[in-house]
Design a protein around this ligand. Structure first.
Ligand code: FAD
Length: 418
């Protein structure tokens, strides 16, 4: 049995865990990252790579329930809830539904907007300072509509972030095409978010891992955590198939798997895996210059110098690890409705990932009440790449007892009695 004693053990080597490790190393702590696979190979791998403070309006918004019910009738709709007996999912959906009103939506936007503004700035600074070669570009994002009524109805929520300091520019169809010539004539309008950015997520993770190793951090891959030893309100060691590991502090960054592993600590983390899909291609001849969200189909389109990706859809189907052909095809069909050239010359990868979804659409950041040396950094939902650097900073500040860059109270595990 091996015994490693870094200052901090980081459980989970996705974008969130790796960013936590990097910030802790920069603050002078020794760190080991443990992951059951290769770091960066899970949900942080094939996502759309957009950095979007514009997504400060939560998923639980007025009108979402009616839209969700309509979508339930279609197998290729952007949202799917697989019918099954699952009490945790039922409770999650109930809590989510209770928040689909104007007052809650506004309350959460007021919390998310400052977090995401800081997140965007922190990510750019990290990419620059740590010289992360990940195709970061800050050219904004564009959300577009083909249905005039849907565009009209979207206005109130789409412009809500403006009240919280985020720039949103409303454009008609011609102005959308002028800004993004890859769009076809069917687009009737959209919203340009100048504060957004993009990167290639798998390169970002590889670069984070490189930077962690360069600063003397250790990474233990192919190491599955199966349990814990606790004593006197502390985690004494983490039990894995490749040995037992100890650290003064433990950062829990296990994304969508958080509830399963937390059960070993008698903690109930209310996260559901929100499955999304992507298809990656070689770069088309005339790809979009700006990342696009094709609103009625909920398809996200991102082009990099090194490739091109269609992604999104949200499926609550537990930990079902199959690639659903209907949903992959829906991405292609959706993109073809809006774009002159919707696919790249060669398909490189079909992929799914599980977003760690909380019902209030806020991450879980902070110390667990019952275990003093456990810091939770999970539940980043649809924005884990966007929030990775700020999470790393907040977690590092917490562990190093430095002043917090933001008030952590709204993200506290205590809101879920953890
Ligand atoms: C289709 C799609 C598109 C998306 N687009 C965007 C986007 O444009 N912008 C954005 O900001 N976000 C986006 N997201 C969300 C983003 O991908 C996630 O929020 C983010 O990747 C979560 O990161 P994480 O580090 O928390 O989790 P993960 O990357 O999933 O990392 C968790 C790690 O824990 C490890 N692990 C699990 N169980 C164990 C165990 N027992 N022992 C050891 N290790 C274990 C896993 O192997 C994994 O590496 C998208 C997601 C999807 C699915």
């Amino acid at each position: 049995m091996s015994r490693q004693q870094p200052d901090v053990l980081v459980l989970g080597g996705g974008a969130v865990g790796l960013a936590c490790a990097l910030y802790l190393l920069r603050a002078g702590r020794s760190v080991m990252v443990i992951d059951r696979g290769k770091v960066g190979a899970a949900t942080s791998h094939g996502n759309c790579g957009t950095i979007t403070p514009s997504h400060s309006v939560p998923l639980a918004a007025p009108g979402v329930l009616i839209q969700a019910l309509r979508w339930m009738l279609k197998t290729d709709a952007p949202l799917r809830i697989a019918p099954r007996l699952d009490f945790a999912l039922f409770e999650w959906l109930l809590q989510f539904a209770r928040r689909c009103n104007a007052a809650q939506c506004r309350r959460v936007t007021a919390i998310k907007a400052p977090l995401l503004i800081r997140a965007r700035a922190e990510l750019e600074a990290l990419v620059r300072d740590a010289k992360l070669d990940c195709e970061f570009q800050a050219q904004g994002t564009l959300n577009v509509y083909r249905d005039a009524r849907a565009f009209e109805h979207s206005r109130e929520l789409a412009l809500l972030p403006v009240e919280f300091g985020l720039p949103v520019e409303m454009l008609d169809g011609a102005a959308c095409r002028a800004r993004e010539p890859a769009l076809n004539d069917s687009v009737v309008g959209g919203y340009f978010h100048a504060g957004d950015a993009q990167l290639r997520p798998e390169r970002y993770c590889a670069e984070l891992a490189r930077a962690v190793l360069a600063l003397g951090g250790e990474i233990s891959e192919s190491t599955t955590i199966s349990g814990f030893r606790t004593a006197n309100g502390n985690i004494e060691s983490v039990v894995a198939d490749r040995g037992e590991f100890s650290g003064r502090d433990v950062v829990f960054a296990l994304g969508a798997w958080s509830p399963q592993v937390a059960r070993q600590l008698d903690l109930r983390i209310p996260i559901q895996p929100g499955k999304g899909y992507s298809i990656t291609y070689t770069r088309p001849l005339h790809p979009p210059r700006i990342p696009l969200s094709l609103k009625e189909r909920a398809v996200c389109v991102t082009a990099w110098e090194s490739g091109y990706r269609l992604g999104s859809t949200m499926e609550f189907a537990g930990y079902d690890a199959t690639l659903n052909r209907t949903r992959l095809d829906a991405l292609k069909r959706g993109a073809a409705e809006y774009l002159h050239e919707s696919e790249g010359p060669q398909m490189v990868e079909e992929w799914y990932g599980w977003r760690p979804m909380t019902w209030d659409d806020l991450p879980i950041l902070g110390r667990a009440a019952t275990l003093r040396n456990l810091v939770l950094a999970t539940g980043h939902g649809m924005l884990g790449i966007t929030m990775s650097a700020i999470t790393g900073k907040l977690v590092s500040d917490l562990i190093c007892a430095a002043p917090a860059a933001l008030d952590l109270a709204p993200f506290s595990p205590a809101r879920f009695n953890i």
